[in-house]
Design a protein around this ligand. Structure first.
Ligand code: FAD
Length: 418
């Protein structure tokens, strides 16, 4: 029986390999094939094309019910698909936050028609999403959102601005948190909506980051109209919708993201790449991988990556036990996962900086940049990890108050003042 199962899985593995050989872009995996990186339209379109192909073949879209476009497969087959995709590498998913945060939020708070309309197109990569939460004066203090919406018949009219919106450029839809009640107390005055980026009165502009790219941008709403039917969750309960979204992204959407990207969960640059870098870089005539200090640091990076990978399934199991499924409720453990990811990624970036020495100052475009500046990109991009999805300090506050039971920040302050 066990032999039969193994033989069946081996046959399936052959099938997946053959499919990948036949469907990956021409020249994929050869030195001549230039892998597209960054937030370009070309890279996004390639991700869309690839995801659609995978979805149609039944190689992505796992973990969601069939009626919302989910693809059902035995767990062992999913593992085979992931292993084979990780082995060959794939063009990855489109530049979108659909899978990471929109689909889990829709599952938890979306109306039936919203789940049926939007989730399948997220799974197939056809439609992209962004998250319109932060504003110039509402980052950590998200409850201070000033963008507001006023009801006009069957529509809401939105005015205001959002900023630092990741994947802003490619988004077809977004989750928007706005004030809908100017008199209600904080946390009870917000409502979540799904907005269409082709709506009249909507405009988006890039923001330039230290990496020299525009992964995030600004959104402007000048009397943009949203149908009332696009409300997600109840009126005045937008805070809870936002917390579900943040929980999903802080836990990194776990398996969902991995399944679409066909890779492994990583803390930035993988350990195998660090080893290659240590082999190539020399100090005082010796390769860094012969140096005991660097060997220790790389081993530490490997331990952290393994711990992070093992932690994901445990986190999801715990969340499910507490009654949550696919982002249905809040789980404060997500803050532990987020901080661990951010801090390990930054430690790894500092190790890269150390290994590159003075070459760590040369960005893409310099003829002396190592690996066309991709290492320096990782060093610079890692800084944002402790800010995005809630800063490290905010997540520590959540861990202290909600998991460890320490007094709330404001009550601790009051006690000090006494
Ligand atoms: C790469 C990147 C991508 C992003 N993508 C998105 C996106 O897609 N959508 C979106 O809506 N937003 C996005 N953001 C915005 C992000 O959520 C905010 O930048 C973040 O919440 C912090 O808000 P802020 O920048 O206003 O900093 P502030 O809130 O002004 O914080 C400044 C400093 O004060 C500290 N601080 C603030 N309050 C407290 C407190 N109570 N206790 C202790 N310390 C505190 C903070 O930790 C921080 O160090 C992104 C940010 C980055 C860097």
């Amino acid at each position: 029986m066990a032999d039969e199962k193994t033989a069946k899985l081996e046959a399936f593995r052959k099938e997946v390999r053959a499919w990948l050989r036949a469907n990956l872009p021409k020249g994929w995996g050869t030195p001549e094939y230039k892998v597209l990186e960054g937030f370009t339209q070309e890279r996004h379109d390639l991700g869309k094309w690839w995801t659609k192909k995978c979805y149609e073949a039944g190689y992505t879209g796992f973990g969601y019910p069939k009626e919302y476009g989910g693809i059902e497969r035995p767990r062992e087959e999913i593992m085979v698909i992931r292993e084979e995709m990780a082995r060959t590498g794939t063009p990855g998913a489109p530049s979108s936050l659909g899978l990471l945060l929109a689909a889990p939020t829709l599952m938890a708070h979306g109306q039936e028609w919203q789940k049926k309309r939007f989730i399948p197109k997220i799974m197939s990569g056809e439609e992209s999403w962004c998250e319109g939460f932060s504003e110039p004066n509402a980052g950590s203090d998200l409850a201070n959102v000033q963008t507001y919406a006023v009801r006009d018949g069957d529509e809401w009219v939105v005015k205001g601005q959002k900023c630092w919106t990741s994947m802003w450029k490619f988004a077809d839809f977004g989750i928007l948190i706005v004030k809908t009640d100017l008199k209600a107390p904080r946390h009870r005055n917000l409502t979540a909506f799904i907005f269409d980026t082709t709506s009249k009165g909507f405009e988006r502009r890039p923001l330039r980051q230290m990496t020299d790219e525009s992964e995030f941008g600004e959104l402007f709403f000048d009397d943009m109209r949203i149908p009332h039917a696009n409300m997600m969750g109840e009126q005045g309960r937008g805070w809870y919708v936002a917390m579900t979204t943040l929980t999903a992204e802080r836990s990194m959407g776990g398996e969902q993201v991995v399944s679409q990207q066909g890779g492994e969960i990583r803390l930035g640059s993988g350990v195998d790449n660090l080893i290659e870098l240590a082999r190539a870089r020399k100090r005082f005539g010796k390769a860094l991988w012969d140096d005991p200090v660097y060997r220790q640091k790389i081993a530490q990076a490997a331990i952290e990556e393994d711990a992070y990978r093992s932690w994901g399934p445990a986190f999801r199991a715990k969340a499910r036990k507490g009654g949550a499924s696919l982002g249905a409720t809040l789980s404060f453990e997500a803050s532990v996962s987020k901080n661990y990811w951010a801090e390990s990624r930054q430690r790894r970036a500092m190790l890269i900086e150390d290994m590159l020495g003075s070459y760590s100052q040369l960005m893409s475009g310099s003829k002396h940049a190592v690996a066309e500046g991709s290492w320096v990109y990782e060093i610079l991009r890692s800084r944002g990890a402790s800010i995005e999805m809630g800063t490290t300090e905010i997540n520590r506050n959540i861990i202290a108050e909600r998991i460890l039971g320490l007094p709330r920040e404001d009550s601790a302050k009051k006690a000090q003042e006494k």
